[in-house]
Structure formats: structure tokens, C-alpha cells
Design a binder for this molecule. Sequence first.
Ligand code: NDP
Length: 279
Amino acid sequence: MNSIGRYAVVGNPIEHSLSPTIQRAFADQFGKELDYTAQLVALDDFEQWATSFFSSGGVGLNVTLPFKSRAFDLANSSSQRAAISGTANFLKLTDPEIILADNTDGAGLVRDIQINLKSKLAGTQILVLGAGGAVKGVLPSLMTEMPEAIFIANRTSKRAKSLAQGLSGKKIKVAGGGLEDIPLGPWDVIINGSSAGLFGEMPALPNGLLLGRESLCYDMAYGKEPTVFMGWAIKRGASNVVDGLGMLVEQAAESYSLWFGSDPDSQIVIENLRGLTSF
Ligand code: NDP
């Protein structure tokens, strides 16, 4: 096996991260041995830790909660999609002096929806719940797929409004507001990008919200059991209800491809993770 440098996922907390398993599985597909670890970094230590990682032989980082905005700020070069969102889940040392920031979450979500789930985004009405780091990261990629309209709804309405204002374009209608402001629909796609489910809660959606017969209800959160949002959607008769494990693996595949120039087989990794008894 060939060694290909030092990589890590950094966050706080980090112990449940699947990224090391996923990235090592990708490397294995190409006969490579990947030095990829999960690194817990203290909340006030991210910049110092990342700078020292890159100055001591580190090549690439995935970045997760709560450091995605700070990762973007730390870099001195960025992709357009990272710049639009102001967040990065990917850093790469491209030159001794250059740290490139990118955000692969949106590409991962779009690929999971369109390729793996064979659902369409073009011409659809999309309702996005939440206005935190994950939602900021995926909106540029969702907009690239040319939906007809996106409504961003958040518990704290001003966050959704300001996010929508920053993205408003002529071709795609983007609006934002509180959960109580959500138009009843029918919605073709509902993406839950809120972290309510992590606390066993469901965003307080208006009664009478309408789903189309083919509507996709997608929770960015994932786990062994169906999430609270998935339960909500199933109760309302939605047939196309999924969690975000596919997005997780696809954003990792995009990272792998950006680091090494090879596209791993993500399907087999998704299937293997679904087969694990716990994660
Ligand atoms: P943030 O902490 O940045 O944002 C959390 C969001 O959830 C905010 O908009 C917050 O609203 C909202 N929220 C929290 N609790 C509630 C509640 N009880 N009711 C309604 N809204 C609530 O988190 P992230 O954006 O980083 O992550 C969001 C979710 O996406 C998590 O579940 C995370 O696991 C998942 N994720 C999945 C990925 C994948 O690859 N599958 C990648 C990244 C994230 P407010 O502004 O009012 O506080």
C-alpha cells in the first residue's frame, strides 16, 4: 500500500464521527493507506491547531461543528461555493503558503438526492428548515440545480430572512422567514437542516403543510433509527423519506476526489454503513 500524507476530521465533539471509516474505505478502493484521524480540538484552539497541522506535514482537513465558519476564515483561498456560504468543511494545503477552503456538503446533498435517490430538484418548490451552518453550506449547490423556488424557514426568523436576502436572484425565488411563515405548499422537497432532532424535537411546522404525492422529505441528520422528522413525514403519508447518511458519504467522496483526483465508489460505502449495528 502507498502512504499519501496526513489527513483528519476536526470538530468538537468528534468521537462519533464516521469520517475516518469512510475516508479509509475510499482509500482502500485504490490500494492506498490513508493516515486519517478524528481530532477533538478545544473551542478556542481551532486556528492554532489547524495552522500547526498544516505546518507540520498535514495535507487535508475535513471540518465539522462548530468550526466551519472559522475554517473558511482561516483559509487564504476558496472555492466560489464556499465563498457564497462563508463556511468550509474542507481544507487543503495546495502550496506551502496556500490553504484552500471548499464546502462539499451541498454537492454531497445534491448528488444523494439526484443520483442515489433519483429525485429531481430542477423546477421544484423546496422548503428548507434551519438556517445554521449546514443550511448555509448547501444552499449554493441547491440553487445551481435551478429549483423554481426555495423557502428557508428557521426558528429564529431573522437568520432565515438574512440568508434568503443574500441569495436572492432573478431566476430562482428565494424567501425566508419563521416556521410560522411557511406557505402551506404543496412542497416537492422538504429538507430538514435544523438540529431539532438531535434534541428529540421537531421544528414547529404549521398545521396543514402540504406534501405532493411524490414529495421528497430529506433529513440531513442520520442515525440507526428513523429521525423525528422522518417519523413526522411518514405519518403524513410521504413515501419518499430519507436520512442524511447518503449526504455524509457523498460529501466525503467529493472531499476525497478533491484531495486525490479519483472518484471513489460511494454506494458500497453507504450500503456497508447501513449494515452496521450502530453508528
Ligand atoms: P447549527 O447549530 O449551525 O444550526 C442548527 C439549526 O437548527 C438552527 O437553524 C437552529 O435554529 C435550528 N434548531 C435547533 N433546535 C431547533 C428546534 N428545537 N426547533 C427548530 N429549529 C431548531 O447546526 P448545523 O447547521 O451544523 O447542523 C444541522 C443539522 O444538519 C444537524 O442535525 C447535523 O447533524 C446535520 N448535518 C448533516 C450533515 C450530513 O452530511 N448529513 C452535514 C452537516 C450537518 P436557531 O437559528 O433558531 O437556533
